[in-house]
Design a protein around this ligand. Structure first.
Ligand SMILES: *[C@@H]1O[C@H](CO)[C@@H](O)[C@H](O)[C@H]1NC(C)=O
Ligand SMILES: *[C@@H]1O[C@H](CO)[C@@H](O)[C@H](O)[C@H]1NC(C)=O
Ligand SMILES: *[C@@H]1O[C@H](CO)[C@@H](O)[C@H](O)[C@H]1NC(C)=O
Length: 362
């Protein structure tokens, strides 16, 4: 989750929450008031959620205590707040900011194209998306089954520099939709704009607290309201935070990184964050649809609830059961069109659990 505090002041804050074991509830409640971070992907794990009927520190819960978490449910009150969700065919428009190599782009493009591909081997990316499709709007229309790759834009000369703020990100999107040559189409109803920054670009709060976030553009900056997400390649700055478990932070001695499925730790780590943000954009594009918690300025969304959970038994500091390729040792949990990916699960509000296609009981 990620949220703008003091929009007028144009200030945004948020924090990274350390592992549950090291956190007291007191510290957590202090953090809650320091935090503002709607829609950001926190790493490495989910530590808390809000009790929507309580308030203040009563709202805080540690997930870290139980290995069998998998998103135990009785305390999670995910609600629909009557806003729109993406029920039309979704088109994702990547903006490649900075230096991207063709093989890196292919990993990400193929992931996006895998979301609604038919015929991928089980457990599949399309199977993962089926949980997202369970969400509906006021009319009962489901989230679209179809997610496709739209037009792309390269911003290879770092139009807004190598250090971006949350507001300059909107200016990058503006440049992409107003470019003189091949601008991205402005598509309010179906378009998602995905700003991907290369590993030499720093974005405000990157690593300290977020690996990605989603929001919508302000008409005052971009000229219209477009749902967008930013996800950064963390390979140089903080792979232990944002490309976990392919890299492990130094404060976790004894944990061994696992081998990434496509041979690029930064990009393989981005995949799960991209998935997180697309799932939340689809179900909460204007931050007024599906989220938990009493406060729209502090929404806990469907992927936040399952942060760090990749398989059965996941929760706390445990990723859950993943798959390991016998021949190359790569760790993953789902298949795309041609590749394998490791993607966090998302909240299933029908059964009140995190679910994913590789669940052992399916
Ligand atoms: C959530 O809040 C309600 C109302 O304050 C309270 O009755 C309930 O016990 C709380 N649940 C937890 C898990 O704290
Ligand atoms: C949406 O996507 C489906 C499947 O790809 C396609 O059959 C359908 O024509 C699309 N609808 C629109 C309005 O583009
Ligand atoms: C649409 O959402 C409803 C309610 O969650 C669910 O029962 C149904 O299976 C969903 N349909 C699809 C195609 O996912």
């Amino acid at each position: 989750m990620q949220m703008p505090r003091g929009l007028n002041g144009r200030l945004f804050y948020s924090v990274l929450l350390p592992p549950a074991a090291e956190m007291s509830l007191l510290l957590l409640s202090m953090l809650l008031f320091a935090v503002v971070a709607p829609s950001a992907a926190w790493r490495p794990w989910p530590l808390m959620t809000l009790n929507s009927s309580g308030s203040g520190s009563d709202q805080l819960l540690l997930f870290g205590g139980s290995k069998k978490y998998e998103g135990s449910s009785e305390f999670v009150h995910l609600k629909y707040h009557m806003g729109p969700v993406l029920t039309n065919n979704i088109t994702v428009h990547p903006i490649w900011y900075g230096s991207w190599y063709p093989p890196q782009k292919r990993i990400i493009r193929e992931f996006i194209s895998s979301i609604s591909a038919v015929g991928s081997k089980h457990p599949s990316v399309a199977g993962w998306w089926r949980t997202v499709q369970l969400y509906t709007d006021q009319t009962g229309a489901n989230i679209s089954r179809t997610v496709r790759l739209g037009m792309e834009k390269n911003d290879r000369f770092y139009s807004h520099g190598k250090s971006l703020t949350r507001l300059s990100i909107q200016s990058v999107i503006k440049s992409a939709v107003t470019a003189r040559t091949k601008p991205l189409p402005i598509d309010h109803k179906n378009g998602l704009y995905l700003l991907l920054t290369s590993d030499d670009v720093y974005v405000q709060d990157f690593c300290d607290n977020v690996c990605g976030f989603h929001y919508f553009t302000f008409p005052s900056i971009v000229g219209c309201t477009l749902p967008y997400a930013w996800v950064g390649n963390s390979a140089k700055f903080c792979p232990g935070v944002c490309a976990y478990p392919f890299s492990v932070p130094s404060y976790m001695p004894g944990f061994k990184p696992v081998k990434s499925p496509n041979g690029d730790i930064g990009v393989d780590g981005m995949i799960s964050v991209i998935a997180h943000e697309i799932a939340e954009l689809a179900t909460n594009p204007l931050i007024n649809a599906w989220y938990a918690g009493p406060d729209p300025s502090f929404p806990v969304e469907i992927a936040d609830l399952c942060e760090g959970i990749y398989g059965t038994g996941g929760g706390g500091s445990y990723t859950g059961q993943m798959l390991e390729d016998k021949s190359d040792g790569a760790t993953y949990n789902m298949n795309g069109i041609r590749r394998r990916y490791l993607v966090q699960w998302v909240w299933n509000h029908i059964v009140s659990y995190c679910s994913g296609p590789n669940a052992l009981d399916q």
